[in-house]
Design a protein around this ligand. Structure first.
Ligand code: KG4
Ligand code: ZN
Length: 297
């Protein structure tokens, strides 16, 4: 990904094809299980890059058919939404429903009101870029390799001062209700950079810290509006951007998954299938289910 400055869909699906059999083998070996022990097979079928989805879905359907196991197709964002449950422990239990669930990843910025596994209401979504995409695109403008989000977080956390974050007051758009918008920020950074033909290390840090501040502040503002509307619901975050340390420090009252459960992972897909099977053990997706690049929960 670093060599291409992002994900190239065709290359990504070919890589999936190469590593998937090895990943399945390794997962079973690490868990000391054979396929006999599996209760069922689940895979993401929507939304996402169609080629990569097809590889995973076809592999999972073939396994379910060959092993005669139940099969369930899972929505990627829905799996993120419930991924915080993977990080719940006895000393740090996940809050009971209702939740205000914020999914912030490279492809999605969505706010949900969650009353249970099967009762999810979409409150808001991004009107253009996703929050992670904003981090990645702004990083790219400053020459950072993909994905830039984690590096911006690390650089700002280790080297920036509060003054860096305050130097450029990038505007936060006035979006309706619980929606988000990040493409204006990317343009504002682009235009600012045009006025600065040479950049000192300090300038770069200030641009990165101020951009991060604008992204985080927008996420915090919209989620706190939702919290006001649903005072009994607990805020729960997920998706790669939920790893961000500035966001975590501004939402200390929220429930965050461990970083390894925030970014894309297969465990969240298995967990959601298990939760759905707990509610309805007979729930199945037909083996004729197809992949879809789009689609709501
Ligand atoms: O959930 P995820 O692994 O994949 C998608 O479904 O998109 O999220 C990846 C996104 C990338 O845009 C990446 O830059 C961003 O999450 N990200 C972060 C951090 N860690 C990952 N953004 C800001 N701060 C982080 N610490
Ligand atoms: Zn994801």
């Amino acid at each position: 990904m670093k060599d291409y400055g992002g994900v190239v869909p065709e290359i990504a699906s070919r890589e999936h094809l190469k590593v998937l059999p090895l990943a399945i083998h390794k997962a079973l070996t690490d868990a000391a299980l054979t396929t006999d022990a599996l209760d069922g097979i689940a895979a993401t079928n929507r939304p996402g890059l169609i080629g990569a989805l097809l590889v995973g879905l076809s592999t999972a359907k073939a396994m379910a058919f060959a092993l005669q196991k139940p099969f369930l197709a899972i929505h990627h964002v829905e799996a993120h939404l419930f991924s915080p449950l993977l990080s719940a422990t006895e000393s740090n239990p996940a809050p009971p429903f209702p939740w205000i669930g914020l999914v912030v990843s490279g492809g999605h910025t969505e706010l949900y009101y969650v009353e249970g596994i099967h009762k999810i209401t979409l409150l808001g979504t991004t009107l253009d870029d996703a929050a992670g995409e904003a981090f990645d695109k702004i990083g790219k403008l400053l020459g950072l390799p993909y994905p830039a989000g984690p590096q911006i977080d690390r650089l700002v956390q280790s080297r920036a001062t509060p003054e860096h974050a305050e130097r450029f007051l990038f505007p936060i758009p006035r979006t309706e209700k619980f929606h988000f918008s990040f493409s204006g920020l990317k343009t504002a950074v682009f235009l600012k950079l045009k006025t600065m033909p040479t950049l000192s290390v300090d300038d770069r840090l200030a641009i990165l810290a101020s951009s991060q501040e604008a992204i985080v502040n927008q996420l915090v503002r919209q989620t706190s509006q939702a919290e006001q509307q649903y005072p009994s619901a607990k805020l729960v975050l997920s998706g790669g951007v939920a790893c961000n340390s500035r966001l975590r420090s501004k939402l200390l009252h929220a429930f965050f998954p461990e970083p390894k459960h925030c970014t894309d992972n297969a465990a969240m897909v298995a967990l959601l299938a298990a939760l759905k099977w707990k509610v309805d053990p007979l729930l199945r997706s037909g083996l004729d289910v197809t992949a879809d690049s789009r689609g709501e929960i």
